[in-house]
Design a binder for this molecule. Structure first.
Ligand code: NAD
Length: 441
């Protein structure tokens, strides 16, 4: 009965979608569902985010404030911090954070807290979908028992599925609605409901046989990236010693029409996903007496990259008879990747810490990050604000480190006015004048 009723609501687009966690994943999802004609409620424990949304202000660069304000005026989207209202939603999608704790083990407290919030108002006829990235078995082990504790039965009274988010912030070619969605249900009925729901809003739904396959799929995707980035980072170090430019090698290898996919080296991994998610699997492997050696090794190689960049900088400054101590360094880019305003896990913070420890006089510019946010792992970094990227600013520094290759940067201008440029992203590849001032790392 519950199934048929919910299926009908989904079919007629009358089901109310409740998205929990209005961040980089949750907000684009709201956009996809409202665009498909559904009414959305958005739940977040951060009252300041809810207030901003209700005032029609987006806090995510690539989500347009005007469009958001219109959705709120039209009552197609209602943000709220009242999790007690979760019972009003027919389909609840969980997009809360999944970080690592201090000992680099999975921190499932956000997922578990959310499951408890849902359980408090769980009613027959609701579909719950977990989208947060996590290791296989989380939905069954950490969510399902909490919901069953209400006395309602999964597959009969309510429905449960896992469907990983594949958001790529800053990528102009893909949005939540245009990225195929993998879905695994707790049971046949749950899987069908979740597929039907996403089918209205997402270009393609890929159904898999279980929630665990869907969970494992997402971790495979992220581990694949972490390992391949580590590979090119390792080769960057070797090829550099041999006088070979790894970026040129990758461009050449990319011309092979099969069997090769390009990954690029950089100053280290960043973002909420790639440096973190693979270690969920490592933790799970340990629990089962197995090892994930590729993941550990990739972590080691990638974690070493900021130190490598600083060592390269020290070498080049040394050639100019300069120490890092007292040298004025301008860091360009503190977002973890190009064209986003997200600084989470950005290698720029480690670079800054290492440079400051060595006595550098540091400033930064990032067109997308006006103030350096306080980061949990870098409590000692001083407060800084983004400096205006003028010719005088560049010229007043001994060295410019390109840490993030934002498209907004004019690299000809940067090289022209800088004394020395350390480029960790091959961002200056098209610059022809002043190349003698550029070093890659
Ligand atoms: N950012 C990405 O590009 C990306 C891509 C794919 C998958 N993911 C995964 O999606 C999940 C969410 O990531 P994100 O980047 O959107 O995080 P985020 O920090 O941008 O957003 C999460 C939101 O959840 C809120 N929140 C925390 N606990 C809550 C609770 N108990 N109830 C309600 N709201 C709560 C936070 O206030 C925050 O606004 C993570 O598992 C992440 O790994 C992220």
């Amino acid at each position: 009965m519950s199934h048929a009723r919910l299926a009908e609501l989904i079919e007629k687009k009358q089901a109310i979608i409740g998205v929990i966690g209005l961040g980089y994943v949750g907000l684009p999802l709201v956009r996809a569902f409202t665009a498909a004609g559904f009414r959305c409620m958005g739940f977040d424990v951060d009252q300041s985010k809810v207030d901003k949304l209700n005032a029609g202000q987006s806090y995510i660069k690539h989500i347009d404030s005007g469009a958001l304000a219109q959705l709120i005026r039209d009552k197609k989207f209602e943000p709220t911090a009242e999790l007690g209202r979760l019972g009003e939603a027919d389909c609840i999608i969980i997009c809360v954070p999944t970080p690592l704790n201090e000992s680099r083990d999975p921190d499932l407290s956000y997922i578990e807290g959310t499951a408890r919030s849902i359980a408090r108002s769980l009613r027959p006829g609701q579909l719950i979908v977990l989208e947060s990235t996590t290791h296989p078995t989380t939905t069954r082990v950490n969510v399902w028992p909490v919901l069953e504790g209400t006395g309602l039965r999964c597959g009969v009274d309510y429905f449960l599925a896992f469907s990983p988010e594949r958001e790529d912030p800053g990528n102009p070619h893909f949005q939540a609605a245009t990225i195929p969605k993998v879905v695994g249900g707790f049971d046949e009925g749950s899987g069908t409901l979740a597929c039907d729901l996403y089918g209205h809003a997402i270009v393609k739904v890929v159904r898999v046989s279980s929630m665990e396959v869907a969970e494992a799929c997402k971790i495979l995707e992220n581990t694949y990236r972490a390992v391949n980035i580590a590979l090119v980072n390792e080769l960057k170090v070797l090829y550099d010693k041999l006088g070979i430019d790894v970026w040129e090698v990758i461009e050449a290898a990319k011309t092979k029409p099969f069997g090769f996919q390009a990954f690029y080296p950089g100053p280290g991994l960043g973002g909420h996903c790639i440096p973190i998610d693979p270690f969920y699997l490592t933790w799970l492997a340990r629990k089962h007496g197995e090892q994930t050696r590729f993941i550990e090794l990739a972590g080691e190689v990638n974690t070493h990259m900021p130190q490598y960049v600083v060592n390269r900088l020290a070498e080049f400054l040394n050639q100019q008879r300069k120490p890092i101590n007292g040298t004025r360094i301008a860091m360009l880019g503190v977002a973890y990747k190009k064209d986003v305003d997200d600084p989470r896990e950005s290698p720029s913070f480690e670079l800054m810490k290492l440079l400051l420890e060595r006595g550098a006089v540091l400033t930064y510019n990032d067109p997308h990050v006006p103030d350096l946010p306080k980061m949990r792992h870098y409590p000692d970094l001083p407060a800084m604000t983004s400096q205006e990227l003028t010719a005088d600013y560049l010229a007043s520094h001994d060295c410019v480190v390109i840490a993030t290759d934002h498209s907004a940067y004019d690299y000809d201008f940067i090289v022209k006015h800088s004394k020395f440029v350390l480029d960790t992203r091959n961002a200056t590849k098209a610059v022809s004048a002043g190349r003698e001032k550029i070093r890659k790392a």
